[in-house]
Each structure stands twice: as structure tokens, then as C-alpha cells.
Design a protein. Structure first.
Length: 103
């Protein structure tokens, strides 16, 4: 297993356990969270998918997500190529502030 893939696996395993300190320990001080071009969720002002920076930004993401009851979380596949890792996940959660849900 590549080092990048092992790190991603550890992060997703920690998420499944609710272990945010372990996730943060794998983040660079200058991590760019939810940063990509043409993010439709950001254009729609989805609060948990706002761009964030640094470990404090990652913690803020998990604080928001922590207020949402997660009904399903599964890692379906992990792929690595060079210095990039892609992870296919299923997540379903309730959004208490709206009474809705997302998947």
C-alpha cells in the first residue's frame, strides 16, 4: 500500500470512529479544505462545504458535520495514482437546521 493510500485509509478509519484528533494529526498546517474549481455546493452556500484553510478550518468542518446525525457511512473504494488519492464514499446524514437530509 502506498504511503498516500495508507494515510487516506487512516483518515477515513478515524472518521468512522469519530476520532477527529487523529484526522487533524494527518493534516498539514496549511491544508486547503474543500478547495476546487467550480464547486456547485459552494455556489449554493452549503455551509459544511465552504472552503477552509489550516487545521482550524478542518476542525470547523467536522464541528458542523458533527451536528448532523449520520445514518450511513461507507468507504466503497480507494484509488491512488502518483501523489493523489481518490476515495469513493457513501454518506447519508440529517440536516437538523433544515429538517432535511443529504446523501
Amino acid at each position: 500500500m502506498s504511503n498516500h493510500l495508507a494515510t487516506a485509509a487512516a483518515i477515513y478509519e478515524a472518521f468512522g470512529k469519530g476520532d477527529i484528533p487523529t484526522i487533524l494529526s494527518h493534516m498539514a498546517e496549511d491544508v486547503q479544505w474543500e478547495q476546487w474549481a467550480d464547486n456547485s455546493a459552494q455556489r449554493a452556500d452549503v455551509p459544511w462545504l465552504a472552503p477552509r484553510q489550516g487545521r482550524a478550518g478542518v476542525l470547523e468542518f467536522f464541528q458542523i458535520l458533527g451536528g448532523m446525525p449520520i445514518k450511513d457511512f461507507q468507504v466503497l473504494a480507494m484509488m491512488v495514482g502518483g501523489n493523489q488519492v481518490a476515495v469513493e464514499v457513501v454518506i447519508k446524514a440529517e440536516v437538523p437546521s433544515t429538517g432535511g437530509a443529504f446523501s
